[in-house]
Design a protein around this ligand. Sequence first.
Ligand code: SAM
Length: 221
Amino acid sequence: MDFEQARRRMVDMQIEGRGVRDEAVLAAMREVPRERFVRTGTEELAYEDCPLAIGEGQTISQPFIVALMIEAATVRTGARVLEVGAGSGYASALLSRIAAEVYAIERIASLAHEAQQRFDALGYSNIHLIVGDGSRGWSEHAPFDAILVAASAPEVPPALLEQLAIGGRLVLPVGSGWGGQRLCRVVRNGMHDYEHSDLGGVAFVPLIGEQGWDEDGRRGG
Ligand code: SAM
């Protein structure tokens, strides 16, 4: 299979064709080999516009949603970005092609280990990945110009609001189950001034942690 051609076609038809206009996002998607971020044996499905299982009950997100989230977060050259829920590492890899530094947190150690191996193999050295609870953010490296969360929270985690730079953008799914989640964008206009907007319905795995859900799907893990 010609992955490069499949990648170009996916970006033209599924990403740009569905309204993503940010040139930096489109260029990153043309560059990062998604077939390297899916499980062995599913490479041929890498450029279908759908999520795929990556093990441990988790998924690599649908490419269009990842593009939409990065565009909504207006990630720019020189930015410092936090990604919560690194999973396969694909979204972090895209972010690393645009931003200066990417701080990524994944709760499941085996997924983080595989993602790190991919970053090393591809030479994406500006991604700093740790295993941990990203619902609490990563205060040592705050403030962040953009924060993206790839798992759905019961409400916007206060720690992430605090760790957003003034002028920064936070994009995350909020809500429960497969029918009740909304993709939200929060812009920090001032110290205590946050502007919220709704980007539409989505379906993500739950954010499990102190400022997310507990393992049984109740609030506050
Ligand atoms: N961005 C990922 C990608 O490109 O493959 C998407 C991964 S998946 C949709 C969401 C991930 O969030 C899962 O790998 C899950 O383990 C992780 N996750 C859930 N709660 C978390 C938390 N509190 N901290 C860090 N990661 C978390």
